[in-house]
Design a protein around this ligand. Structure first.
Ligand code: URA
Length: 244
């Protein structure tokens, strides 16, 4: 049988204010449960069966939420930050207030970021032994040497000593004259060490000037999402993640 939860927790979980604010809203008669004005913020409700309204708006309860964000540059992969907007701030339509990003992208990296409050799933996706593939698109200075493809496939050791797992490098294009050459590449990593793409490309002699993540495990960035835009995951996408 489904458990009941306190009305004030139900509303607080859905981001409708602090417990004190909800208590006040109940006192003012702003909350209805199954068509009746609620009198007690501590009354128990069943999320799937009871109808809760606040100021006339239906408040449905979501235990877990999953969003795909196209992270823009200049936004931090955190839940709070003193200086910058966070990726969670961008999810304006969220219900839950306990959302967090699954992993991190650098401040100047764009692309696919999963935002959820499903801690178990985040753990499964990020567990070091799990080796979930992530594909990055990078633009780099200079000509990426063809030998880097085989080197990366074998697994390189960075100058600072970090041994990288085998990675797939695909050189999409190399344009421009020698001094101002630009290489566009796809790099598939099975791990996520700090600044790993930037460090690997730097080691190949080509510093990254633009970086975007395009896949993470079974998830691919929805091309209709502009940087800063997000959408809930489809049921199919959530199911695929849960099978990991
Ligand atoms: N590798 C990087 O260097 N930066 C990122 O944001 C992600 C992977």
């Amino acid at each position: 049988m489904e458990q009941t939860i306190r009305l004030d927790k139900y509303l607080a979980d859905m981001g409708k204010g602090s417990r004190a604010q909800i208590k006040e809203a109940v006192r003012k008669g702003r909350i209805m449960v199954n068509g009746m004005t609620a009198k007690d913020p501590g009354m128990r409700v069943t999320a799937s069966a009871d109808h809760v309204k606040m100021d006339g708006e239906d408040i449905t309860y979501a235990l877990t939420e999953y969003y795909m964000l196209n992270k823009p540059q200049g936004v931090v992969s955190a839940t709070e930050d003193a200086r910058y907007r966070t990726v969670v701030d961008l999810i304006t339509g969220r219900k839950r207030k306990d959302l967090f990003p699954v992993g991190r992208l650098d401040l100047d990296t764009e692309g696919l970021l999963l935002i959820t409050n499903d801690g178990g799933l985040a753990h499964r996706l990020l567990a070091p032994g799990k080796h979930v593939d992530k594909v990055y698109y990078a633009e780099c200075q200079g000509r990426v040497p063809k030998a880097a493809v085989d080197d990366f496939a074998r697994g390189i050791r960075l100058p600072d000593g970090l041994s990288c797992l085998p990675a797939k490098l695909e050189i999409l294009s190399v344009t421009g004259t020698e001094a101002a050459a630009v290489s566009k590449v796809l790099l598939t990593l099975r791990e996520g060490k700090f600044h790993q793409v930037k460090r690997m490309m730097e080691a190949a002699g080509c510093p990254v000037t633009y970086l975007k993540r395009i896949t993470m495990g079974p998830l691919s960035l929805d091309e209709s999402l502009l940087p800063g835009q997000y959408r809930p995951l489809t049921e199919e996408e959530t199911e695929q993640l849960k099978q990991l």
